[in-house]
Design a protein around this ligand. Structure first.
Ligand SMILES: NC(=O)c1ccc[n+]([C@@H]2O[C@H](COP(=O)([O-])OP(=O)(O)OC[C@H]3O[C@@H](n4cnc5c(N)ncnc54)[C@H](O)[C@@H]3O)[C@@H](O)[C@H]2O)c1
Length: 307
């Protein structure tokens, strides 16, 4: 069977492409990116056994995948992803991400490929101790244009329910090292700043608020599970390794760097809510995610140890 990975040069895509040989029955993998991020290094030294075929494509062009056929699964990761910067770039991000998504939906309908769509736990804003996928629409309160777009994508898929096989996975914030590792998300940004003795900026309200985090290893487990078990339920699932406060994350970083400067700042992505995201729904299907975020932090700090 053949797989298409979009956004292959990114944080998650590069990890997936690197490990795709661990997914049974995948013979060939087409990997696509527009290289706007200039991360050519994500595709350096790819393993022969992964049988990858790299294509430079801009998915905002709806015909960009028209020459591809015989694809069984699509893992769609191509997106503009910086949530905090999304306030100033709402229209550009909307245009890019929704256009890419339309191209993917069109492609999956044409080829009957099964789709793995990645949403985000940042769609939650409900004031509750635990949030799960049954959370009513009116309590989904995305805190950024980035998260707004994720909700729109989820709704677009629901409308295509009859014509597609898919899952939408609401991923927690990623931790872990890959060739395309990014540093604008919480864990990695903290690790980076700690390593260069820069202040770690923490939103004033966030130090003791719980948020969901997801190890790259667990993200990969989800992709492998769906493909090997043919698990496509046309549904939404939370995906996380654990819920932690920023303070707990920083305590984990302190094991590798004793002196850390925390600076409390204001941000547009701030609210008073502290919530745990439940992963019971996906657990019920036998998928248990509990990779150790601390190991990801150790690996990230190791990358940066001599700077
Ligand atoms: N990293 C996280 O913490 C996190 C958490 C929740 C959800 N997600 C979602 O998972 C997916 C992948 O995230 P990531 O962290 O790997 O992102 P990333 O920013 O590291 O990578 C995205 C890749 O998509 C490519 N891309 C963007 N627009 C494109 C276009 N028009 N055509 C072709 N390629 C394009 C970029 O060049 C980049 O290489 C995204 O949908 C993201 O929103 C990520």
């Amino acid at each position: 069977m053949n797989l298409l990975i979009t956004g292959c040069c990114g944080h998650i895509g590069s990890y997936l492409a690197e490990n795709v040989n661990k997914i049974k029955n995948i013979k060939k993998t087409f990997i696509v990116d527009n290289l706007d991020s200039n991360r050519f290094d994500s595709i350096f030294n790819s393993k022969k056994k992964n049988n990858l075929k790299f294509l430079i494509r801009d998915l905002t062009n709806k015909k960009s995948l028209d020459d591809l056929k015989d694809i069984d699964f699509v893992i769609h990761l191509a997106s503009m992803t910086n949530a905090e910067q999304s306030f100033g770039k709402k229209n550009v991000m909307y245009e890019n991400n929704i256009s890419c998504f339309k191209t993917i939906i069109r492609f999956c309908k044409r080829t009957k490929a099964k789709l793995i769509h990645i949403s985000s736990t940042s769609v939650y804003g409900k004031q509750a101790k635990i949030v799960d996928e049954t959370c009513e629409q009116k309590y989904l309160k995305p805190q950024s244009p980035y998260a707004d777009i994720k909700l729109i994508e989820e709704k677009m898929l629901k409308k295509e329910n009859k014509f597609l096989r898919y899952n939408s996975f609401r991923f927690g914030t990623i931790s872990g090292v890959s060739k395309g590792i990014r540093f604008h998300t919480a864990v990695n940004k903290f690790c980076f700043n700690a390593s260069i003795n820069a202040d770690i900026n923490v939103y004033k309200t966030a130090l003791h608020q719980y948020r969901p985090y997801l190890s790259l290893k667990d993200a990969f487990k989800v992709f492998k599970f769906c493909i090997e078990k043919n698990f496509f339920h046309n549904d939404i699932f939370n995906v996380l390794s654990g819920n932690y406060t920023v303070n707990q994350i920083i305590t984990k970083i302190r094991k590798y760097k004793k002196n850390i400067n925390i600076k409390l700042v204001k941000s547009q992505i701030m609210n008073q809510l502290s919530y745990h995201v439940s992963q019971k729904k996906i657990n019920r299907y036998g998928l248990i995610l509990n990779s150790n975020i601390e190991r990801d932090i150790r690996d990230t700090m190791k990358l940066l140890r001599n700077i």
